[in-house]
Every structure is written in C-alpha cells, then in structure tokens.
Design a binder for this molecule. Structure first.
Ligand SMILES: NC(=O)c1ccc[n+]([C@@H]2O[C@H](COP(=O)([O-])OP(=O)(O)OC[C@H]3O[C@@H](n4cnc5c(N)ncnc54)[C@H](OP(=O)(O)O)[C@@H]3O)[C@@H](O)[C@H]2O)c1
Length: 253
C-alpha cells in the first residue's frame, strides 16, 4: 500500500507533510507532563461505526495517524467493548515504529491497558498470548473473581473503582507506573467517562467523507452532565477528501 500524502491545512499556509514532520506534529511536546489523548473516526454526520465497526470509516490516512499515535505514546488504553467488537490482537507495533522508539529511548512497544468491568476477556486470545509486553487489565472491585484470577496469569490486573473504573484512578495508576503519555483508542463509553471526568486533554478526530445515517454511536457517549468544554484546534490535515484534526483542551488564560 502506498503511503497517503497528508497536507497541513492549518496552522500556516497549506503544505504537504513529509513523514518526519507528521511524526513531529503528533508527538508529545514534553513527555514528562502527563497527557491523555485519544483518536477516533467519525462520519460527516457523526456516526462512529458502520455495521457496528469503525473500520468502514477509516482509510489509509486515518490508519497512518492511528499507527503513529501508538508509536509516540507510553500506553494505549482501550475499552473492552472495542477490544471485543473490533477483534483486537496484541499491541505489537510495526518494525519502523519500533526502530523510531528505540532511537528515542522508549521501550519497543507501548503497554496495552484494557478497561473492563465484566472481565469478559479470553486469556488465551492473541491480545494476551502474543503480547510483546505484559498487558494491564483495569477493572473494578465487583468484577468476577474467577475471571480475575484467570487473567492474572497473563496480565497485571488492577482494581480502580468499586462498580465502574474511575477514570481519575486509572490516569493516576498509569502515571504512577511511569506511563504519563496516555493514549486511548476509545471506544465511546470509555471516552465518555474521560470527558465526564474532564480528563481528556486532546482529541485527534478523523472526519471520514461519508454519510451513514442510522443509530450508530457517536465517538463519545458518557452522561453529558458536565460542563461544555471548549477545545482549541492544534492542527488540521487533509488527505484527499478526509480531514484529520487535533483539538486540545482550552487552557485557562
Ligand atoms: N469510530 C471510532 O473511532 C471508534 C473507536 C472505538 C470503538 N468504536 C465503536 O464503538 C462501539 C463500541 O462502543 P463501546 O462504548 O461499547 O466501546 P468501549 O468504551 O470500548 O467499551 C465499553 C466497555 O468497555 C468497558 N468499560 C469502558 N469504560 C469502563 C469503565 N469506566 N469501567 C468499567 N468498564 C468500562 C466495559 O467492558 P465490560 O463490558 O467488559 O465490563 C464496557 O462494557 C463499536 O461499534 C466500535 O466499533 C468506534
């Protein structure tokens, strides 16, 4: 597959980005400052899935940014719903990503952290069996004991909340484990919890040039009970008809 050409539309005059410039744009500015970022893909009309999967919305440009965001983070956090529905395998990066990480004194692969209350996760699946780094399963006090002990054989299982994983405890746990560059690939429930708790610092959103209609989820669910949070546009990229934006939380002036 030929690599897609991404053009930076904003800020500054439009210009095609080479690979190095794209990686620099997506990299944390200061790796020591904890940051929670996410990426998601949406149709023009706001659907996060087609027939229950996000794959129908993504394309080469979205996939490139998806891979590069994994490359530059310390930990990839994913809700168990997305792990199950999207058929996740092990969190193993491509060789060029590993080479980049080595040259930047980072471990070869980020940690894979899966958030689950039910612990309906198969310990013999590729997620665990082929993991290059022991995954983290973040769960609740009320999660089933037998599933917990089965998963403890293949992952570090950590409790972060009574009946639901508390996103504040989750972020504190990851920072404490030396994983301050936190990246999440969703899904909508997990992102909703992070937004409700006002913990999402950054959202990389791809707008796929498609209308889907129907009852598909939005990229963020949650209660929506919190304040409306203003975000600032860090950059806007374009690749043919696809738009890829990064928004960051608005800093108090
Ligand atoms: N467009 C996109 O960018 C994108 C990205 C990801 C997913 N998706 C789509 O979104 C859909 C899945 O949505 P979803 O909301 O179910 O995804 P999700 O947030 O990944 O999964 C929800 C599940 O994750 C676990 N979970 C999440 N937050 C939790 C918390 N605070 N405490 C305890 N457990 C928590 C629970 O797992 P247990 O059930 O194991 O307790 C919960 O049932 C799929 O159609 C997928 O394709 C789209």
């Amino acid at each position: 597959m030929t690599s897609p050409i991404l053009t930076r539309v904003l800020p500054g005059p439009p210009e095609p980005l080479d690979h190095e410039a794209l990686v620099a744009l997506l990299s944390p500015i200061d790796r020591s400052i904890p940051r929670v970022g996410a990426n998601a893909v949406s149709s023009i009309d706001g659907s996060a899935s087609v027939d229950g999967l996000s794959g129908g919305l993504g394309g080469p440009a979205d996939l490139l940014v998806f891979d590069l965001l994994r490359r530059v983070c310390d930990v990839v956090v994913v809700g168990a719903g997305t792990v199950r529905s999207e058929g996740y395998g092990a969190m193993r990066l491509h060789d060029d990503d590993v080479a980049w990480r080595r040259s930047h004194d980072l471990p070869d692969h980020p940690v894979f952290a899966i958030v689950s209350g039910s612990l309906d996760l198969d310990p013999s699946s590729a997620v665990f069996a082929e993991a290059p780094v022991r995954p983290l399963v973040v769960t609740t006090e009320s999660s089933p004991r037998d599933a917990r002990s089965r998963l403890e054989g293949v992952a570090d299982v950590v409790v972060c909340g009574a009946d639901r994983v508390d996103p504040r405890l989750l972020v504190a746990l990851l920072v404490e484990r030396g994983l301050p560059q936190i990246h999440t690939e969703g899904g909508p429930s997990l992102l909703g919890d992070l937004v409700d708790a006002d913990l999402l610092d950054e959202l990389n959103v791809t707008v796929s040039p498609a209308l889907v209609a129907g009852e598909g989820p939005r990229i963020v669910s949650g209660s929506g009970a919190g304040a409306v949070r203003g975000m600032t546009l860090d950059h806007l990229l374009a690749s043919e008809d696809v738009l890829l934006a990064r928004y960051s939380r608005r800093r108090p002036t």
